[in-house]
Structure formats: structure tokens, C-alpha cells
Ligand binder design. Structure first.
Ligand code: ADP
Length: 336
């Protein structure tokens, strides 16, 4: 019967949730070469959770570095495949868990593609955030006889640390369907594009966060519970050298640096189960505090570009990711 299906579904979810609780997972995604590009690839091989990067060396001889993660998605991985591996985490929000999903990587490496999708999006190319909301509505509908849910979303842009949370128009909006969410995100995108040039590539220098608040009521016991999920498209992680920029750009770069390293410190200290977790070192980590650590579940999508000119940023991105990862040391990593 329907009731038993819900019970069975809950049991499956419960087991998946127990697996994920308090854990930090890191997925690496390599974007394909873009049309018109075709320089040699820096990716040597991909094997389940291992990725080997070919590095140029001074003597002219190539070197190799292998990194291990929970999963590596190669250039041909579809949005469907990526979502499938993220779904259990997302669904646990309806059981009252807090979840944080980040996209990290240099500008142009595919963060927005993973989280939202490309500019001319089709159903196939929709990113994690559209699929996540769609899936939550679907699951909430399936559980209708047992639970009642209230879902609300909020879009926040963090630009330059000190302005932090004082974002105008960060209101909480109740949503009941994927259409509502699409509409809201379109408005958000348009607002972001207002003011043209000054904001033109500002999106790569701000953190953009879609927060989903869930309130559930268990119809049998009457118990009310809450879950929260942050879907974060982080600012570009590329290193900016002091000599290259001045004024406003330098200030932005310093803020990005500060917040990304604070995020790295928080996740690394959670992974090492340290007693003190330095949440207060940036506005970004303060905002996400409730959804990082404790019973919360964290997933970081680490993005890299395949072009060999990007190899410097790629190595530094993967080193950052490895620092925050709790993956057991595998053979591949030991011979690095
Ligand atoms: P970022 O958000 O890291 O700056 P984008 O998501 O904007 O990068 O990606 C840069 C370009 O590459 C965009 O044109 C995007 O559509 C394309 N792209 C990124 N990832 C993929 C992918 N997996 N498959 C196809 N195109 C991709």
C-alpha cells in the first residue's frame, strides 16, 4: 500500500542518512573543453575517485600528481549523473537535517554549470539547485499522508566580507512548486544583471547562496522539525597577485581570499574533529555555521578546467580540496 511504500522509502533514506551524517564529502568535476578550445589536456587519467594531473616540469620532462576524492566526474559526466550522487544528501533535508553544498574552483571551471546550469538551459542541463527543489517537492507530495511540509527559499549574495549579510532583498519566499522557484531565480538573475558593467563579472567575485528552509510536521505525533540547505556557488578561487590589481579589485581579492581560506579552515577542522572550529573568521562561515559540522552534512564540488594553461590553478584547487577532504589515504595518494 501507499503507507508501506512511504515506510520503506523512509527506511532506505534513514540508512543513507546515517551514512552521511556529520561527514564531509568531496566530489571533483572536470569540465569538457569548450567549443573552439582544444589545447592539450592536463588530465592524465580518471579512475573512480582518483584523478591524475600531468604537470610540466622545468627539465622539460612531465610530472604526474594523483589526487583522491569520494568521486571524480569526468568531462562527459551528465547533470543527471551528478545529481544522482547528490540526491540522498538533498532528500535528508526533509528529515530535518542541515545540508551544505558548495561549488569551488577558479572562474570558468564550471561552478555555475553544476549548481544552476548553462545560459540556454534545457531540462537535461538543469543544475543541482533546480533539480534539488523539484525533487523536494516531489518527495513532499509522496509523503503527504504522513508529513506536511512548508518550504521557503532565500537568495543571498555575499560580496566583500564587511557588507556581508546586509543584503537588500534577501527575503524569505514561500514556494510550492518548481515554477515558483524558476520565477524567483529568474528575478534574482535579472537583479544581478542590473547596473551592467560594474556588475558585469561581479558574479565571479561574489558568493551566491540559495538557502532552502524546510519545516515539517509529523502528522502521527504532531512533532514539528526543521531542516535547512545551503547551495553555494562560491567566488572564483583563482589567486590574484598584489602586483596585478589595485583599489577596488585588490580589496575584493583580499575578501575572497579571506573567506575561502576561512571556509577551508572550518571544513578541515571539522574533518579532523577538532574541538574548536573557527566559524567566526569570515561572514561566509558565520552564515553557514548551522549547516556545517555537528549533525549537518557537507558536500564540496571541486571544479577544474582541463586546459593545460590552467594547470597551476588546477593543482592549487585540488590541494585545497584534498585538505578539506576526509577520504582515506589510498595507494594512489601515498605514491604522490
Ligand atoms: P564558473 O561558474 O566556474 O565561472 P561556468 O559554470 O560559467 O564557470 O562555466 C564556464 C563555461 O563552461 C560556461 O560556458 C559553461 O556553460 C561551460 N561549462 C561548464 N561546465 C560544463 C559542462 N560540464 N559541460 C558543458 N559545458 C560546461
Amino acid at each position: 500500500s501507499g503507507y508501506h511504500k512511504v515506510l520503506e522509502e523512509n527506511r532506505k533514506l534513514y540508512n543513507q542518512v546515517q551514512d552521511l551524517k556529520g561527514s564531509i564529502r568531496v566530489y571533483c568535476r572536470v569540465r569538457p573543453f569548450l567549443p573552439g578550445q582544444g589545447s592539450p589536456s592536463t588530465v592524465g587519467s580518471i579512475d573512480e575517485g582518483n584523478i591524475t594531473i600531468v604537470t610540466p616540469s622545468k627539465s622539460g620532462k612531465e610530472g604526474q600528481k594523483t589526487f583522491s576524492f569520494n568521486k571524480v566526474f569526468g568531462p562527459s559526466a551528465t547533470q543527471d549523473e551528478v545529481f544522482l550522487d547528490t540526491q540522498p544528501l538533498i532528500r535528508s533535508v526533509l528529515d530535518g537535517y542541515n545540508v551544505c553544498i558548495f561549488a569551488y574552483g577558479q572562474t570558468g571551471s564550471g561552478k555555475t554549470y553544476t549548481m544552476s546550469g548553462p545560459k540556454n538551459m534545457t531540462e537535461q542541463t538543469q543544475g543541482v539547485n533546480y533539480r534539488a527543489l523539484g525533487d523536494l517537492f516531489k518527495l513532499a507530495e509522496q509523503r503527504k499522508g504522513t508529513f506536511i511540509y512548508d518550504i521557503a527559499v532565500q537568495m543571498i549574495e555575499i560580496y566583500n566580507e564587511q557588507n556581508g549579510l546586509n543584503v537588500p532583498d534577501a527575503s524569505l519566499v514561500r514556494v510550492a512548486s518548481t515554477m515558483d522557484v524558476m520565477e524567483l531565480m529568474n528575478v534574482g538573475q535579472k537583479n544581478r544583471a542590473v547596473g551592467a558593467t560594474a556588475l558585469n563579472d561581479r558574479s565571479s567575485r561574489s558568493h551566491s547562496c540559495l538557502t532552502v528552509h524546510v519545516q515539517g510536521r509529523d502528522l502521527t505525533s504532531g512533532t514539528i522539525f526543521r531542516g535547512c540547505m545551503h547551495l553555494v556557488d562560491l567566488a572564483g578561487s583563482e589567486r590574484v597577485y598584489k602586483s596585478e590589481v589595485t583599489g577596488e579589485r585588490l580589496k575584493e581579492a583580499q575578501h575572497i581570499n579571506k573567506s575561502l581560506s576561512a571556509l577551508g579552515d572550518v571544513i578541515a577542522s571539522l574533518a579532523q574533529k577538532n574541538a574548536h572550529v573557527p566559524y567566526r573568521n569570515s561572514k561566509l562561515t558565520q552564515l553557514l555555521q548551522d549547516s556545517l559540522g555537528g549533525q549537518a552534512k557537507t558536500l564540496m564540488f571541486v571544479h577544474i578546467s582541463p586546459e593545460s594553461d590552467a594547470v597551476g590553478e588546477t593543482i592549487s584547487t585540488l590541494k585545497f580540496a584534498e585538505r578539506v577532504s576526509t577520504v582515506e589515504l589510498g595507494a594512489a595518494r601515498l605514491n604522490k
